[in-house]
Design a protein around this ligand. Sequence first.
Ligand code: FRU
Length: 488
Amino acid sequence: MLWTNEMRYRNYRTITETEEKMLLEKVENSIWRQSFHIQPPHGLLNDPNGFTFYNGKYYLFYQWFPFGAVHGMKHWYQVESEDLVNWKDKGATIFPEYDHESHGVFSGSGIVKDDLLYLFYTGNKRDENWNRHASQCLAVMNTENELSKLEEPIISGQPNGYTDNFRDPKVWKDEDGYYMIVGAERENHTGCVLLYYSTDLCKWDFRGELKTDQQQFGHMWECPDLFQIDGEDVLLISPQGLEPDGEHYHNVHNSGCFIGKLDLKKMRFYGGAFQELDAGFDFYAPQTTLAPDGRRILVGWMGLPDTTYPSDTDMWANCLTIPREIRIKNGKIYQNPVKELTRKRKIMDEWQGTLNQQEVMLDQFSGKTFELICDITVEKGTAGVKLRVGEDEETLLYLDTEKEKIVFDRTKSGVPVATQYGTIRKTAYHEKAISFQIFMDISSVEIFINEGECVFTSRIFPKQGSTETMFFANDGMASFAVKKWDYE
Ligand code: FRU
């Protein structure tokens, strides 16, 4: 299907009943629909937006193009949850209306003030020469979900010295007022974030660039986030265009963080090395919020820009990750599935055993939607688990103790995705014992290693009949302790 600009830049308000029915039918027949992940009713989902605890619930929005699986006129689509597990669909909430957002309401964040939810987003406009004009905008929602948008941007255009890649405001409250960081690109095509200040959330002053040690790190920093946790300040960014470096940055774009100290007076973030957030294939533009009990919760887009997926022909694409609690331990970021997810656990199966240069298929561990915890101690060689195994299909996850690597291999996972970026991901690992916590949905897998010290997030598109799970030990002996819960 050829998508012209005219087809891409349509407002959802112009959809006809017949069109929507056709889209919904296509989606309903899609074999890739997820069971416990947030996914669009039709069309394309990308970044999580406006993630906030408000009015006794988690409010979460996502970037949405309604008419098919391409990027175009973006809207904000809303979902809500009391427990981070069951999400209610609230429909499209922020629509492009004004001239300064004529080509989409782009990503942004939320903050609560005076019992109102302030939603900050980027107005994206293209002029007749297709030049971009970016502004930062505000919409306010009340507890009845009524939304009022400010007719004028709160920040019109980027400051001097920066390009029109100026978007994704994230706002937080500090001791002396409110701060906003906006993702930006310097005129020399390097990425950074810009800092703004406000006392009332409506009038914003430009403070300058938030200086970091990274003067040349990607060409545009998208979707920044800044927060404090475990006594550290964290600057989260999705820098575009990083070159692969050893085992890192093999996807088209990547996300990660700096952990350090924020000095707002000096407008400086003193941070250590960039820590990549995910070692898998499909993870981008994460955003966090603070839970009422003080946990920092992160949700990411389980997809990437400039990437086509097999579900595209079914007129939908992408989903969000499961919500994760993040922590910092010894200067390192950890991610774990939120504890509320254990409510989805149904019947449990267990197995313990030792394998010596052999593999086993155990019926009770087969399936398409489950959580599996697999603790392995490898004496020698490689050992791991094969997921979604079927005719000529398998998704491999194993520890290679000779090469000292954890390996995730989707070469034979089914319909291929973005193979030009490789089909295997590895990460260095020097121990003999390892714990995998695996969340399997119809077309995705999220793997948390050793209580979240490393995560592999990936879409996979196996045949419906590929449902077996196998455990294996090559070139030596390994002992396994496995638990599995079926998800509804
Ligand atoms: C990141 C991003 C953001 C932008 C949004 C548009 O994936 O490019 O920078 O606001 O997507 O949908």
